[in-house]
Design a protein around this ligand. Sequence first.
Ligand code: SF4
Ligand code: SF4
Length: 95
Amino acid sequence: MSVVITNRCINCGACEWECPNMAIFPGDPHPVVAQDLCTECYGFFGESQCIVVCPVDAILVIPETTETLERRFVRTNPNAKIQDHWIWRRIGRLR
Ligand code: SF4
Ligand code: SF4
């Protein structure tokens, strides 16, 4: 697992548009993160975009190793160039 959306969510939908892995799907009462797609934005951005845009701090992190995140990036984005690893850092509250 990487990030999860909690009941603090007000279902504004902002995070769904920001996810580079298209890992966030609409849901009721709130969107759901596909754990096999989320890389905490590793490979694409320096920090988790959904956490950056969430207006109510509704997203928690369930930490995984960077090796796991990198393997997931390569598996789900086989044709994408991975960003330098040192750019990335973990943000957000841990579950
Ligand atoms: S951390 Fe990044 S990859 Fe994971 S759900 Fe949020 S925006 Fe998508
Ligand atoms: S950005 Fe935050 S409040 Fe908006 S849908 Fe995503 S988790 Fe919910």
